[in-house]
Design a protein around this ligand. Structure first.
Ligand code: FES
Length: 359
């Protein structure tokens, strides 16, 4: 068993063996005394001066190096903006996506690394490197302490050279100002080029557009829609539209048939159904999931995302869940050949609420 300099047994040894001896008598477990730390506090190592502390020429070189890193950051940020414009993403062309992502990432990386490395290099090569001991104290210091803090702050400013080294300070401020610009350009470009309110308020449905099966696109006769059946519907001509996926995301509809006596129709909607056949937007008014589950016995539609339920005997009003508005109804009729057609577009925006919805 190991002994320290005064002959007592260290705690770890006592615990390890289950026995401790003090003054020749056997101590019971848990009564061993922790001895004083035998190793004196070595204190701080003497400060080692760096080349930049001793040679003004080297100091100047380090200063230029730091400024160079901040300037590199500016170049990277500007490069990211230029790359985003010069290498646009062409829909459907993966090579353009790769080029855009690569050069954009390269620019943003340079922008970030330039600031990071510049700040670290500044601190390591030019700011004072001596060790300090700061005692803990209550949150608000006395007036004297606060005055001292200001003094330390001023000293820090003086030692770091933030106000004195104008080249570094200005290049750092420049890189910090320029760095967020790529984000501004990127986020601005996320918005559609056209008026988003008009885009959200209108769908491909208009008077005379046939209701067709999703995804085959075959038209639906009124006689096809039997009691208890449910059709997933898209507007005829969807594939020929310029943005079929986006248009489908707004225009998708569910079609069902009710017995006329089951329907509770509000004023103004008397001719929105055809012989008990009703069409409702498939886009949940909560956050836009497809409401794809139809319970034929209760005539409830269920959104699988957060369990909102809509009662189509009550014009798809919400009977459960987080959705706040009924599913918009598509007014329908039939054409001369007996196919179901829309009477108009939806009379309100489909899907979740958005800021300008009521405008
Ligand atoms: Fe339908 Fe949330 S998206 S309930």
């Amino acid at each position: 068993m190991a002994k320290d300099h005064d002959g007592s047994t260290p705690v770890s040894d006592a615990a390890g063996s289950g026995l401790a001896h003090q003054g020749g008598s056997e101590a019971s477990p848990g009564t061993a005394v922790v001895v004083a730390d035998p190793i004196p506090n070595p204190g701080f190592e003497p400060e080692r001066h760096r080349v930049a502390d001793l040679d003004p020429k080297k100091e100047k070189a380090q200063e230029r190096r730091v400024a160079g890193l901040f300037l590199l950051s500016i170049v990277g940020s500007v490069f990211a903006i230029v790359a985003y414009i010069v290498f646009p993403i062409v829909p459907g062309d993966l090579d353009t996506v790769r080029a855009n992502t690569f050069f954009l990432g390269l620019g943003i990386t340079l922008g970030l690394l330039g600031i990071g490395f510049g700040a670290v290099h500044w601190a390591k090569s030019l700011m004072h490197g001596h060790d300090l001991v700061e005692q803990r104290h209550s949150t608000r210091g006395s007036e004297a302490t606060r005055a001292k803090a200001l003094e330390v702050f001023a000293a820090g400013n003086e030692e770091s050279g933030f106000t004195r080294r104008k080249l570094i300070r200005n290049s750092l401020i420049g890189s910090l100002v320029v760095f967020p610009l790529p984000a501004v350009v990127l986020f601005r470009d996320l918005a559609p080029a056209e008026d988003p309110v008009a885009l959200l308020k209108h769908t491909l449905w208009e008077e005379g557009v046939r209701l067709t099966r999703d995804p085959s696109g075959t038209p639906i006769r009124a006689s096809d829609v039997t009691l208890g059946s449910a059709f997933h519907v898209i507007p005829e001509g969807l594939e020929e539209s310029s943005h079929p996926l986006e248009e489908k995301a707004k225009a998708a509809v569910l079609l069902m048939r009710l017995k006329p006596e089951q329907m509770n129709i509000s004023e103004g909607r008397e001719d929105w159904h055809y012989d008990g056949i009703v069409a409702y937007s498939k886009i949940c008014t909560h956050v836009g999931c497809p409401v794809a589950l139809y319970e034929q016995h209760t005539h409830h539609l269920l959104c699988p995302c957060h369990q909102s339920q809509f009662d189509i005997t009550e014009e798809a009003k919400v009977i459960f869940g987080p959705a706040k508005r009924p599913l918009p109804q598509l007014p329908i009729s039939i054409d001369d050949d007996g196919y179901l057609v829309a009477r108009s577009d939806f009379t309100e925006p489909v899907g979740p609420s958005f800021w300008e919805r009521a405008l």
